[in-house]
Ligand binder design. Structure first.
Ligand SMILES: [Ca+2]
Length: 330
């Protein structure tokens, strides 16, 4: 997982620090630099261990409030942020009345809003927009009292001074450490005049946690619109307290620990010609081979090397491609 930089203005950082929402040197982010005028760089130093790849069927996300021409699909049009593979969730709302939202119900650690402060994050890319400050939002559907109420908390870069709204690049938003608005009043934190970010209604999650200790997070939603005309964007690497969701066209192969030894075959057809290309990029470790099988032809040279070793491992040539590392060569 690559490191992602995000810039927060000093006002934001000061506000976060004042509320305790910013975890420094802990599980969330480390502050680098203390310049009084320049934005601070935040480097996340921990991410959830679990990555879930979200493929074109968008499972485990479900369609939510979708209106007009709003749409979302996995696409490589805008690529992906560093560490996010090659594709992302492409979002489109051609007009201001269009809306697209995909959600996942959450439970366990993800249902505890406090856990989102350190963990909540997403990456977003703006390819075009009628209003250049607008980006997709990250939303949390919550029951503020744990007794059946409902509100939506949402993070948008535009309500977080200093958060990058640069187009045509991937921006990483440490949303959990930022300011969130609520669609409905929540006692002791958002009054009726402060819904939808009005009148300083963008507040740190810590404020919500303090005001509503029984609040339960019910779902996480990727949202764009309404009110986002002409916004062509993408989202990737949506991080909850337990999981990072990586939108990809196909599931990447599972990397194999390079320190794991492979077991050379002890018997095999005596066809020392190698044929290593069958297992493709297997190289040093046969178990890697499967994922690159389609590349097999391109790595035939590996096999050739093995072939020279002769005997016993021909069909496994890819996995033993270099021959030297693991091959019990005849
Ligand atoms: Ca991706």
């Amino acid at each position: 997982m690559g490191k992602h930089r995000i810039r927060l203005g000093r006002r934001t950082v000061a506000a976060l620090a004042a509320t305790g929402a910013l975890v420094i040197g802990g599980t969330s982010a480390a502050l680098l630099g203390t310049g009084s005028a320049a934005p601070l760089d935040l480097l996340p130093i921990a991410t959830p261990a679990n990555t879930t790849y979200v493929l074109p069927d968008l499972d485990p996300f479900e369609p939510g409030d979708i209106r007009g021409g709003g749409k979302a699909e996995v696409s490589d049009e805008y690529g992906a942020p560093a560490g996010g593979g090659t594709a992302s969730l492409r979002l489109s709302t051609p007009t201001g009345s269009d809306k697209v939202a995909y959600y996942e119900l959450v439970s366990g650690a993800d249902a505890d809003l406090e856990n989102w402060i350190a963990a909540g994050a997403y990456s977003a890319y703006q390819g075009a927009a009628d209003n250049p400050d607008q980006f997709p939002s990250l939303q949390l559907a919550v029951d503020p009292t744990g007794a059946g109420g409902f509100a939506t908390l949402f993070y948008e870069p535009i309500y977080n001074p200093g958060a990058s709204t640069a187009p045509n690049q991937w921006n990483r938003y440490l949303a959990g450490a930022g300011r969130w608005c609520s669609t409905k009043p929540i006692e002791n934190v958002i009054d009726a005049s402060q819904t939808f970010c009005s009148n300083d209604g963008a507040k740190p999650l810590a404020d919500y946690v303090a005001a509503a200790p029984n609040l339960v997070v019910q779902a996480v939603t990727i949202n764009q619109g309404s009110g986002n005309p002409g916004l062509e964007s993408a989202v990737d690497l949506v991080t909850t307290p337990t999981t990072t969701y990586d939108f990809e066209l196909t599931k990447p192969t599972t990397p194999v620990d390079p320190t794991t030894p492979t077991t050379p075959p002890t018997t095999g057809p005596d066809n020392g010609n190698g044929n290593g290309g069958n297992n493709g990029n297997g190289g040093n470790h046969g178990n890697n081979g499967g994922g690159h099988g389609n590349n097999g032809g391109g790595h035939g040279n590996n096999g050739g090397g093995h072939g020279n070793n002769g005997g016993g491992h021909g069909n496994n040539g890819g996995g033993q491609g270099n021959g030297d590392d693991h091959c019990v060569c005849g």
